[in-house]
Design a protein around this ligand. Structure first.
Ligand code: ATP
Length: 314
């Protein structure tokens, strides 16, 4: 399999009780990439991430981490992986330091390097002050930081985070999201969520999972190329040429009677000026909105379908 990818999966599938719950998953993760895995509850995100992390055997397909086949050489491949499962293994009776020492040993960090590795992971995750506290006595936000620290303690190339903000209250959420943003700048990351904005904030590449299949894949560049259009609706509008001649307008497309899509010049926000023109000329402005990106459109369709389609859940 190609070895220039930090992670390469081909045709991954997983069956439960004769039912194929995940099928045909092809994924690539390059250095510096942050791959967001988006999907509604039950779509198959956890099943996919567990296969990628080597904690669940695929029923079919191939997977290599840093060019090493995960099925043939799991120990060597897993050295390159850090994994925060949906439900992190909690050892409430251990202190943060004891747990991180255990995690470092498990991941093959040599005794000589262990103390420095633990200190670095604690510093990265804002845990320096709580090393001696029992994990059971920490808030959920801090417990999640410990989960992130155990995932990075051996400095893996690839970090796999399964819904890392699920169940956090709003104040804890902010801190953990900031932490993930920082980790994402230093690692190649695969992160799952059912929250669109969370993935948009960090991901360089996005996939949407629906009923066990990847139904959409795009890079940030592909997504932004589609973004930035404004939808405008005018009851007594002018013609397309008049709209095209307005300052900072790059392109205008008529989409219906009295409706247009307008693409501003790169980096320009023309909404206020556009509304001002419409009012000054009595164009009868009734709609002015940013057009959803292709990711938003596709995600809404998947979520919408989930409301009425009978989504099998066991
Ligand atoms: P959530 O966000 O709710 O965790 P998810 O997108 O991570 O959802 P998965 O947990 O991967 O989804 O589940 C995908 C499908 O596989 C679901 O239909 C689920 O019922 C099924 N499934 C998962 N684990 C098992 C299992 N151990 N035995 C049988 N079916 C399972």
């Amino acid at each position: 399999m190609e070895s220039d990818w930090l992670l390469a999966a081909q045709g991954l599938a997983r069956d439960y009780g004769g039912r194929r719950v995940v099928a045909d998953v092809d994924l690539r993760l390059g250095a510096g990439h942050v791959l967001g895995v988006l999907g509604p509850n039950g779509a198959g995100k956890t099943t996919i991430l567990r296969m990628l992390a080597g904690t669940l055997a695929p029923s079919a397909g191939r997977l290599a981490i840093a060019g090493i086949d995960l099925v043939e050489r799991p120990r060597a491949a897993k050295r390159h992986l850090g994994y925060l499962p949906e439900r992190p293994p909690v050892y409430p009776e251990l202190t943060v330091d004891e747990y991180l020492a255990f995690a470092a040993r498990l991941r093959g960090t040599s005794r000589a390097r262990r103390a420095a590795a633990i200190n670095a992971a604690k510093a990265d995750c804002g845990l320096t002050e709580v090393g001696r506290r029992l994990i059971g006595a920490l808030s959920k936000g801090y417990a999640q930081r410990v989960g992130l620290a155990q995932a990075i303690v051996h400095r893996p190339d690839v970090l796999i985070l399964d819904e890392p903000t699920a169940g956090l209250d709003p104040s804890q959420l902010i801190g953990v999201r900031e932490l993930i943003g920082r980790l994402a700048r230093e690692h190649s990351v695969i992160i799952s969520s059912h929250i669109l904005g969370e993935i948009q904030a960090v991901a360089s590449h996005v996939v949407i999972v629906d009923r066990g299949r990847l139904v959409f894949q795009a890079s940030r560049e592909e997504l932004t190329r589609h973004a930035n259009w404004l939808e405008i609706g005018l009851a007594h509008g002018p013609d397309t040429a008049t709209l095209s001649a307005l300052p900072d307008v790059a392109e205008v497309r008529e989409t219906g009677r009295g409706q247009w899509l307008i693409r501003p010049q790169a980096g320009r926000d023309i909404r206020t000026a556009l509304a001002g023109h419409a009012v000054a000329h009595g164009w009868g402005l009734h709609t002015l909105a940013a057009r959803p990106t292709s990711l938003e459109e596709r995600f809404m369709r998947v979520i919408g379908a989930g409301d009425d389609a009978k989504r099998p859940r066991t």
